[in-house]
Design a protein around this ligand. Structure first.
Ligand SMILES: Cc1cc2nc3c(=O)[nH]c(=O)nc-3n(C[C@H](O)[C@H](O)[C@H](O)COP(=O)(O)OP(=O)(O)OC[C@H]3O[C@@H](n4cnc5c(N)ncnc54)[C@H](O)[C@@H]3O)c2cc1C
Length: 374
């Protein structure tokens, strides 16, 4: 039997521990806090699951595979994790990122519907669509319950035999050290989210930014995830979804936030409420004057090109670094874990895009486009 230590129980580490334990590995999962805690990139209430990734087929396939795996994890966990409310992509031009994505979805056999402004307006109780060229509806996309999903993965990993260790690990040439003890294993995977930068900043390029997440009280009925699809305004760098579990309608400006103090409190930026309400009312006029229910900040762990990191550490033997979710990693967790399991068992080769080393600046895989915000 092979053994693995996985450090970090965010969505990546928890998915990897769950996967390896299921494949018969002896797994130790180390986490210094509660899995899915509010300071982690995987914390909080929800994340979008979508196959649209502009012109990119690799991430499209990964998201589709992940969706299948999330459904399996739901059955194993015995709790609902994915609300398949669909995602509507508001396209401001006939060509561009969303149009490219439509071509990929069709080529990959992922369901998608192109709606004109009049048909799109029927999706929401109130929608301004006169500035849109079209809306691409991904009916099988939706919203994952984030922290509950991480906790469900950790519980399922434990049920498969993974051992959980609470503590802070530091790297050494003999393996991760927790409370002065080396945790020995055949392989170590460091899946520490934004903290990868502080642990391995000499080999990995990850920047942590603080992103605002806001929830507004719906102005009337018809705004739950059961009623309306989640949405992404790619060119407007703005996304959200309907009321899930009574928390309110989620509205997130997706421009890059300021630098995050990793171990400090998560603080919402000044003016965030006014910005989000302005974006919301511009798209959904019924939300003009909507009242804020809650707001929080969450850390992105951005690689320069928004591609993930899945790579062997150049100086530590049998040690892998996994992260760089870059504001879009959550949904991929279980599929990425499947990829990692294949790598560790030698069944596949590392993906060159996930390698360490220099990368070209590009933010094309996030929900924030290159044009200006509304
Ligand atoms: C506001 C926001 C919105 C997002 N929206 C989406 C979305 O809609 N769809 C989507 O797919 N993705 C989205 N993402 C991205 C996604 O959530 C992240 O990419 C993903 O959760 C990263 O998971 P992770 O496991 O790499 O990191 P984390 O969740 O940060 O997990 C790392 C864990 O490692 C632990 N740790 C760190 N150092 C140590 C140590 N030395 N010893 C022990 N434990 C340690 C930490 O405590 C933490 O629990 C969003 C992210 C944010 C912040």
């Amino acid at each position: 039997v092979s053994s693995a230590v996985v450090v970090g129980a965010g969505v990546f580490g928890a998915s990897i521990a769950h996967r390896l334990a299921g494949d018969g590995w002896e797994v130790t999962l180390v986490e210094r806090d509660e899995p899915g805690h509010d300071g982690a990139s995987s914390g909080g209430e929800s994340r979008l699951l979508r196959c649209v990734h502009g012109p990119d087929a690799l991430y499209t396939r990964s998201a589709r595979r992940a969706r299948e795996l999330w459904r399996e994890i739901e059955r194993e966990a015995g709790e609902p994790l994915l609300e398949a409310c669909g995602v509507a992509w508001f396209a401001r031009s006939e060509d561009g990122w969303v149009a490219d994505a439509e071509g990929v979805l069709r080529a990959e056999g992922v369901r998608a519907e192109r709606l004109d402004a009049a048909a799109a307006a029927r999706l929401y109780p109130s929608l301004r669509a006169d500035d849109l060229a079209f809306v691409l509806l991904e009916p099988d996309a939706g919203v994952l319950r984030a922290a509950p999903a991480v906790r469900a993965l950790v519980r399922a990993a434990a049920a498969r035999g993974a051992r959980l260790v609470r503590g802070t690990a530091t790297p050494s040439s003999d393996g991760p050290v927790v409370d002065g003890r080396v945790l020995e294993s055949d392989v170590t995977v460091w899946a520490c989210g934004p903290w990868l930068a502080s642990l391995f900043g000499d080999v990995v390029s990850i920047r942590a930014t603080s992103q605002d997440v806001l929830f507004f009280a719906p102005p009337g009925p018809g705004w739950t995830t059961a009623d309306v699809p989640a949405w992404v305004d790619y060119d407007g760098a703005f996304y959200g979804h309907g009321d899930l579990d009574g928390r309110g309608l989620k509205a997130c400006p997706d421009l890059e936030g300021g630098a995050l103090d990793l171990d400090g409190p998560r603080v919402v930026s000044g003016g965030a409420q006014e910005r989000a309400r302005g974006l919301l009312a511009a798209r959904f006029p019924a939300f003009a004057g909507a009242s804020l229910k809650s707001a929080r900040a969450c850390g992105y762990e951005l690689t320069p090109d928004t591609q993930f990191v899945v790579a062997p550490h150049p100086g530590l033997s049998a040690t892998w670094l996994v992260g760089g979710g870059s504001g879009h990693g959550f949904k991929h967790g279980p599929a990425l874990a499947e990829h990692v399991a294949e790598l560790l068992s030698g069944a596949s080769d590392p993906e060159p895009r996930f390698a360490l080393g220099p990368r070209r600046a590009d933010r094309g895989l996030r929900t924030a486009g290159h044009r200006s915000a509304i």
